[in-house]
Ligand binder design. Structure first.
Ligand code: 4GX
Length: 268
């Protein structure tokens, strides 16, 4: 899969993608990441990329011409490239969008700075507008990295084959169950016995219940999307009946949440 990043700050991308899993994915040729400096597509002597807004007001707006020239250069190489504009006004990014994007062969990520880009860039070149969350960044670069990271790990071969189970539909849209490794006892806090039992079906059941309980406590909104089996529903009933007692692993905010929501059944 190819990623093209249109930015005024290409250097921001040099180290994040050289490390660890994405670095290996690049070495293996599973992904290609190219940065394109929008400033290289200016035609004026001073390489101006921004200008004051029509109508007045604070700050600067990125000019349409350099971005248009950069986009047309990319499109001349690959007409099918899919262009994403990063903006707080876009569709909220989530795992489902990451999955959809992972089926494309060429993504272009357009990173704005200042007060944004001239509206005509979005009109003419953005196939999709995405937000990574309801907060304001200083530019689209970090948002582009988030998207590249989340999409890349879904591509075949990027995670080891043993790790693709992470995307197992059984645990989709649930929070993860707690994980432990040695030592068994750390400062008096012990690993749940079931995990040492060697009883694989008991372990699966425990993990499923923990995932359901965590999701119900911390993110009940996610349960509306989850596919719950009849066994899950039994586990949910147990969870709700027991009104999960504090086993020392719930954070205070979880407990507060639980107290407030103890009578409410999750939707769906
Ligand atoms: N998820 N930003 C875009 C420039 C900008 C300013 C105003 C449109 C209107 C962001 C986010 C994000 C900061 C990227 C502002 N564009 N991008 N940039 N949240 O905060 O994606």
């Amino acid at each position: 899969m190819k990623f093209d990043i249109l930015t005024l700050f290409p250097d921001m991308f040099s180290s994040p993608f050289q490390e660890s899993i994405l670095g290996k994915a690049i070495e293996k040729g599973l992904i290609q990441i190219r940065t394109i400096n929008i400033r290289d597509f200016t035609t004026d002597k001073h390489h101006v990329v921004d200008d004051t807004p029509y109508g007045g007001g604070q700050g600067m707006v990125m000019k349409v011409e350099p971005i248009a020239r950069a986009m047309e250069w990319i499109k001349s190489q690959e007409p099918s490239a899919w262009t994403i504009y990063l903006t707080p006004q876009g569709k909220p990014f989530n795992q489902e969008i990451a999955r959809d994007l992972s089926s494309k062969s060429h993504l272009v990520l357009l990173c704005g700075r200042y007060e944004g880009v001239d509206e005509r860039v979005r009109e003419l070149f953005a196939d999709e507008e995405i937000s990574i969350g309801d907060y304001v960044l200083t530019g689209g670069e970090l948002a582009a990295m988030v998207i590249i990271d989340a999409v890349s790990r879904l591509l075949p071969g990027v995670l080891g084959s043993d790790r693709s189970a992470e995307e197992d539909s059984f645990f989709r849209s649930l929070l993860e169950y707690p994980q432990y490794t040695r030592p068994f006892n750390f400062r008096g806090s012990e690993v749940p016995e079931v995990l040492l039992s060697g009883n694989h079906s008991a372990i699966s059941l425990w993990r499923r219940k923990e995932a359901l309980q965590r999701t119900w406590i911390r993110r009940p909104d996610l349960l509306t999307k989850a596919h719950l089996s009849s066994e899950d529903k039994k586990l949910m009933e147990e969870i709700l009946q027991n009104n999960p007692k504090d086993d020392g692993r719930l954070r205070m905010t979880d407990k507060e949440f639980l107290e407030k929501n103890a009578q409410k059944k999750p939707k769906g």
